[in-house]
Structure formats: C-alpha cells, structure tokens
Design a protein around this ligand. Structure first.
Ligand SMILES: Nc1ncnc2c1ncn2[C@@H]1O[C@H](COP(=O)(O)OP(=O)(O)OP(=O)(O)O)[C@@H](O)[C@H]1O
Ligand SMILES: [Mg+2]
Length: 509
C-alpha cells in the first residue's frame, strides 16, 4: 500500500536560538497521500521546523528522511531536488513580472542561448490542466488578488516537480471561497499520491482538509492524531494545555455618544476608479462596528484614511472634532489606535527591539520623555514589560529585535501596543491574523472589555466568524461603498457572502 509509506520522516530535529529552543527533538512521520496538519501555539516552532525541511535554516541536530532515505538539505535547491516545495506566508514573487515569468523564473527552458518561453508556456498550460487551476499566464502578478498570487506560488513549486508541498498558514489572507478552492486542489494533489504539510491556526480548516494532525508545544511534539478521531476542542487543549473558550462572551452593547463619525468619505486616485466612494458611518462609545467584505473592496483605503495615512475627501470627526491636516501622529494624539493589516509594512520596525516598537508612535511624549525631551528609559522599560506580560508575548524579552519573533507573537506586540495605551477609538484591521486560538480568545476579551469601558471600535476583518462574533453592528463593503447593514443576530455566512459579492436585492429580500 503506497499510501502508508513514509514521505518525510523527521528524527529528533533540534534548533536552539539564544532565547529559546525552537525545536526540541522533534520527530514525526508524514506519509505519501496525506494532508498532514501541523498546529501549535504562536512560537511553538512550526515555521522554524518547516524552514529546516526546506533548507533555509540549519538544525543543530537531527535527521531527515525523504521516501525512507536519509538526506542532507543545505539549501532550498537541495529541497527542490528532493521534491519538496514551500509556499511562504509572505509571497516571494516578482510583482512586475507576468505569471508565466514568475513560474519559470530560474528554471527557464533554453533554446540555443535564449529563453524558450513558448515551451515554458506549453508545459505550464499542461500543469494548469492537470491541477484544474484557471490563471491568466500573461497577467502581471501585482495585478492579481492574493488568492491568485498564491496559486502562482503553488504552480511554481509544481513546475519544479514538488511532491511534498509545505504551506505555512496559506489561508490567513484568503477569502472563504479562495480557501475552499485551495482545499479542493490540496485534496486532489494528495489523491495523486503526493503529500501536503499544512500549517494553520484555523482549526476548523484543519478538521476539514487534513488526514492527520501533529501538535507541537514549546518546540516538542505533543502527539499525532487522526483527524476523524479528534475535535477542535481536543486540538485546542493539546496545543494550549488547557480548555479554550471558543466563543466570545459579551453582553449587548450600550452605545454612548458617537466618537467616530465619517461623512461622505472618498479616496480617489487620478484616472482610476474611486477606492472609497462616499462612505458614511458612525461608531459610538461602547460599540463594535464590524466591516465585512472581500479584501480589495476599499476597506484598506478606508482604514488608511481614518488613521491619517492617506488623503481623502469628506469629513471625519474624532470625538466631535475635525482634525486639520490629519496625519498619523495627529490622529494618534486624539487617542485613536490602529492595528494595521500588514504588520511587517506598517505595524513594526523589524530591526527595532520590542521595547522600541512598543513606544513607537508615542515615543516623543510623556511618560516616555521628560520635559527636556530626553528618553526616560526606566519608564519605557516598565511600560514595555507591561505590554509583553499582559499580552503574553513570547519570548518575554523586551530587547529582542522584532524580526526574531514568530508571526503570531509579532502580532501580539502590535495589538498590545495599541490597546495598552487605552485609546478612545480603536481601528482594527485583521487584529487576530496569524494569532493562535488561545491568544485570539484573549485579544477578543480585551477588545470587548475596552468596549464595555466606552471605547469605540471599528473592526475590519476578512474572517467572517470574527466579525459575526465580535461586532454589535455589521456593515458590508463592496466596491468602495457600504452596501448593507446587518445585525449580528441576523447575520449568516450566506447573507453576508451575498452582500459581499455585491448582490443586494437577494440578501435584503
Ligand atoms: N532568527 C531567530 N532568532 C531568534 N529567535 C528566533 C529566530 N527565529 C525564530 N525564533 C524563535 O523561535 C521560536 C519559534 O518560532 P517559529 O516562528 O518557528 O514559531 P511558529 O510556531 O511558526 O509560531 P507562529 O504561529 O506565531 O507563526 C520563537 O520563540 C521565535 O521567537
Ligand atoms: Mg509561523
């Protein structure tokens, strides 16, 4: 039976970093023909392990077997030669190249001395046919939505004949539809005898797509279970080591005065369709207003306008005041906090320490500087430690540089920074992206508590579950406009899904 043969066997893989042992003698087996999920808390060591398998990180000790044979993997090209492909969370495509160019980059068929793009086109076409993807090979990558960019990444690995495909949090940036298309592909891929290693914090997806799950905690394997014999609750317990409450507990909102009022806001670029086309909304003290929508329908631009990062036309009142020449600093001084959607571009300075990232944006003001403008280091340290402890940032250092945190812990630093300063208004985009289930529970609780103390929250999330469970009112955004408002108790995925696709009649009928 080929299905039960070992595709990849890890034997006591160990990797030590200065502050943590990221992988502590990890051993498990992945079979041909299965989707094998790897789950664990933020910082458990999943990405490190996969980078070791893909040759990007050297382990201190341990052995890797592919197809039963001991192998040495010193670089990604070694991994590729062994049939291992990896799709990273941050895509590594060349934006200005076409889909075809990106797929064949580095492996172009040559004819004479030149490049034979037509031969490449034929073989990529055949590949598309085989896996059932539709993709315009001549489109420039920068013009594609993320779901399609991910397909390009996948095709790139298949073009290099990957038989073991590693996906590190592939659905974090996908819409529910894109995610189910990805799953259909993955099931077909393993049905042809290949193997998928699937890392995700979304346990419902893990239950849906995987055959077996290996749980990692603190760099060690807790166990491998067969998916049909486990449950979300059991996986959560194995990951976190305690029971996790999976639903948000909150009382009905008691909204106060309007704190954020937006009137007829437009974001436009010359010669292009308006990104935000006349949005009006208000968020009151003590309420959470959710914005649901397929990514790319103006939510990002709306958030950037409201946080002073992008020029707009229209009126925005913060606590009743219009800010003259708004920029990020002035908006922030009005006790507006912002959790940005792209944590690496906007949220953190990767070469700064935790501590410096935590005061970023307020660093020029008391209590962080004295009246002569000098930094008050003890006050800064104490504050940073408060954030790191409260938000369970691991490792617990305030001096590690931001780039050395796992994805979820980096997110916790940002959420902690933005909430710890006790804002009046919180504008949160994808606040729990990449965060583990225990940390989501905690962040949601913090947001609800701050709401109950009178904070106004505007929540933008691609995660419908998050919007439905947190928001007190849900607005749906489509092509730059608010196309509907739904009360959470009346919201269903179908109803929101239709509105998100621009179908207003059917959804409101
Ligand atoms: N280059 C590095 N230098 C120092 N520490 C590192 C480095 N890379 C990773 N680590 C540490 O190793 C541990 C494991 O990180 P890893 O990224 O593997 O976690 P993860 O399980 O992928 O978490 P997440 O779910 O948040 O993505 C973390 O504590 C992280 O801070
Ligand atoms: Mg990771």
């Amino acid at each position: 039976m080929p299905e039960t043969k070992s595709a990849l066997r890890l034997s006591c893989i160990t990797k030590e970093y200065p502050l943590v042992r990221a992988n502590d003698c990890i051993s498990f087996d992945v079979r041909w023909g299965e989707v094998h999920a790897v789950v664990g808390e933020n910082g458990a060591g999943k990405t490190t392990l996969m980078k070791i398998v893909y040759g990007m990180v050297r382990p201190d000790a341990g052995e890797i077997f592919v197809d039963g044979r001991r192998v040495e993997i010193h670089s990604p090209s070694d991994a590729i030669r062994l049939g291992i492909g990896m799709v990273h969370q941050h895509f590594m495509l060349v934006d200005v190249f076409t889909v075809l160019e990106n797929i064949v980059l580095g492996q172009e068929p040559k004819r004479g001395g030149g490049l034979d793009l037509e031969a490449a086109r034929r073989s990529v076409r055949a590949l598309l046919e085989e896996v059932g993807f539709e993709l315009d090979l001549d489109a420039r990558v920068e013009e594609l939505p993320v779901g399609l960019q991910q397909r390009v990444e996948i095709l790139k690995t298949l073009y290099r004949k990957a038989r073991i495909l590693i996906l590190d949090e592939p659905t974090a940036v996908l819409t529910p539809q894109e995610a189910s298309e990805l799953f259909r592909f993955l099931r077909g891929f393993v049905a042809r005898g290949n193997t998928v290693i699937f890392i995700s914090h979304k346990l419902a997806e893990v239950m849906e797509v995987s055959d077996r799950v290996t749980v990692i905690r603190d760099g060690k394997v807790v166990g491998t279970v067969e998916t049909p014999k486990t449950s979300i609750a059991e996986l959560a317990r194995m990951m976190v080591g305690r029971e996790v409450i999976l639903t948000v507990e909150k009382r009905p909102a008691t909204p106060g005065e309007p704190l954020l009022v937006v009137e007829d806001l437009w974001v436009e670029e010359a010669g292009k369709k308006p990104r935000v086309a006349g949005v009006s909304l208000s968020v009151h003290a003590g309420e959470i207003v959710g914005i649901a929508g397929v990514e790319g329908n103006g939510q990002s631009e709306l958030v950037e306008a409201l946080t002073g990062l992008r020029p707009y036309r229209g009126t925005v009142r913060y606590e009743g005041e219009v800010i003259l020449r708004p920029d990020a600093r002035r908006v922030r001084e009005h006790r507006v906090s912002h959790i940005p959607e792209d944590r690496n571009a906007r949220g953190l300075v990767l070469d700064f320490t935790t501590r410096d990232n935590i005061i970023l944006g307020d660093h020029y003001r008391p209590p962080f500087v004295d009246r002569y403008g000098f930094f008050r280091d003890p006050a800064i340290d104490e504050y940073a430690r408060g954030v790191v402890e409260t938000y369970d940032v691991r490792p617990r250092s305030i001096r590690l540089s931001a780039r050395h945190y796992s994805g979820g812990n980096a997110q916790k630093i940002i959420v902690g920074r933005e909430l710890y300063r006790k804002p009046r208004i919180l504008i949160a985009a994808q606040p729990t992206r990449g965060v583990d289930i225990g940390a989501i529970e905690f962040i949601h609780k913090q947001i609800v508590e701050a709401r109950d103390q009178g904070m106004a929250v505007l929540l933008v999330s691609a995660d419908l579950n998050e919007v439905m469970s947190l928001a007190d009112r849900i607005l749906v955004m489509f092509e730059g406009k608010i196309v509907g408002e739904v009360r959470p108790e009346e919201a269903t995925e179908e109803k929101l899904g239709l509105l998100m696709a621009g179908v207003t009649e059917a959804a409101t009928a």
